[in-house]
Write a protein that binds this ligand. Structure first.
Ligand code: DP6
Length: 403
């Protein structure tokens, strides 16, 4: 067999995609199947140097069935949301090829596919991985089938928040009006370099990670919470416009205050859900108080928290405040065992805290309550990986061992 025949035997693409953190939260669907939200939302895409999903997608006439591997373990390829993404990418590919005979196309759409996907962060950390996961899957499939252009609509079918991971920087997911969802898309509000001083600290809280999942949780909220209805209709439209303005102006105080208020209102809608849902725990509440004491001491909003469907805190701050705030966190939640691995990600300088800051901000320490702190910043959207050593599937289309 010649080189051409070899090449045609297996088509293979690897992509990476980022995690995003909402500052105006998405909570509630108006269509569960198409994943259409009751309100628009806005997020910051996190840098893939610290947090990313990698996915390799391959197609071959030799594959006998579709197969999926998650972090090296074979998983259910029949998952309806995964199938929806696959179907939509293939539909776009067919449309692009203008209904031409499939045999003439670069890749036969009826070939079975193999997908391997992996996170560079522990799933146990409880960090939302479905957004990065579906953004990565859709990017890799689109690339495999030669589909370009608007793909947030496809990623949205995997997980609502995944559509925002299709772009870097500051991203808005427009609610849209149509019942078919064609206008429920993600747009970039500003690129990642727009606000170079912005930093993000993820405070990974110790303890059990079993919570009500987002999908089930928001469904109950839509069915039972009058506060959620008011939020979607009245509060979010006002906040969204304001948030975009704060981002454009790089106004950290405005951005930070609104981020905290919106997180708090999201958790208030969870409490307003019946039966109520609790995502914050005692440590989360400790962190909230700490942030407010820190800001009160400085008479300025220098740090802001936000929490998703779990107890981990995501902190926004500016580069010049990272070292001091991290030292305050370390004094408040002294590391238990893994002292050397307590700080991860971007380097963090050392800071000595003035006595009056210590007495005003650091209360009774809670040892071991925070597992580690991950330091990151805004980053770009999905990337294609050309380095063949990074592929998760080998030339035989099966997962390769990686160290
Ligand atoms: C609290 O996107 O995970 O993180 O669309 O059902 O997959 P599904 O839900 P998901 O919900 C994310 C909710 C959130 C807020 C946010 O990211 O906007």
């Amino acid at each position: 067999r010649g080189a051409m025949a070899e090449e045609r035997a297996l088509a293979l693409v690897t992509c990476t995609a980022p995690v995003n953190i909402a500052v105006i939260k998405y909570w509630g669907k108006r269509d569960d199947d198409l994943i259409l939200p009751i309100n628009s939302s806005l997020s910051v895409t996190l840098h893939q140097d610290q947090l990313k999903t990698t996915t390799t997608a391959a197609a071959s006439r030799d594959f006998v069935e579709d197969q999926l591997w998650l972090n090296g373990e074979e998983a259910d390829v029949g998952h309806p949301r995964l199938q929806a993404c696959l179907r939509e990418v293939r539909r776009l590919a067919r449309k692009r090829r203008g209904g031409s005979a499939e045999d003439a196309a670069p890749l036969n759409l009826s070939y079975k596919i193999h997908i391997a996907t992996e996170n560079n962060f522990p799933t146990a950390a409880g960090l939302a991985s479905s957004a990065a996961g579906y953004a990565c899957l859709v990017s890799a499939l689109a690339r495999l089938y030669g589909v370009e252009g608007e793909l947030s609509e496809v990623a949205r079918r995997g997980s609502g928040s995944a559509c925002r991971s299709m772009l870097g920087g500051f991203v808005q997911w427009q609610r849209g009006e149509r019942t078919d969802g064609r206008d429920s898309l993600a747009h970039q509000v500003a690129p990642e370099m727009h606000w170079p001083e912005l930093r993000i600290l993820i405070l990974v809280v110790s303890g059990e990670k079993k919570q009500v999942g987002s999908t089930a949780g928001m469904q109950t909220s839509v069915d039972t919470s009058p506060l959620l209805k008011h939020r979607a209709e009245v509060v979010v439209p006002e906040r969204l416009a304001l948030m975009i303005q704060h981002i454009r102006e790089r106004d950290f105080e405005g951005f930070g205050q609104l981020t905290m208020k919106d997180s708090n209102q999201f958790h208030a809608t969870c409490l307003d859900t019946f039966p109520p849902i609790f995502y914050l725990n005692d440590i989360s509440r400790h962190i909230i108080s700490l942030v407010h004491r820190f800001n009160a001491h400085h008479r300025r909003t220098k740090v802001a928290y936000t929490f998703d469907a779990g107890p981990n805190a995501v902190i926004f701050t500016l580069a010049d405040t990272v070292a001091e705030f991290v030292e305050v966190v370390r004094r408040s939640f002294p590391p238990a065992t893994n002292g050397d691995q307590f700080l991860r990600g971007l380097p963090i300088g050392s800071a000595s805290l003035p006595e009056e800051l210590l007495t005003a901000v650091v209360m009774e320490p809670v040892p071991g309550a925070i597992q580690y702190i991950l330091h990151t910043k805004p980053g770009p959207g999905p990337q294609t990986v050309d380095d063949a050593s990074q592929h998760l599937l080998g030339a035989d289309g099966l997962p390769c061992r990686r160290s």
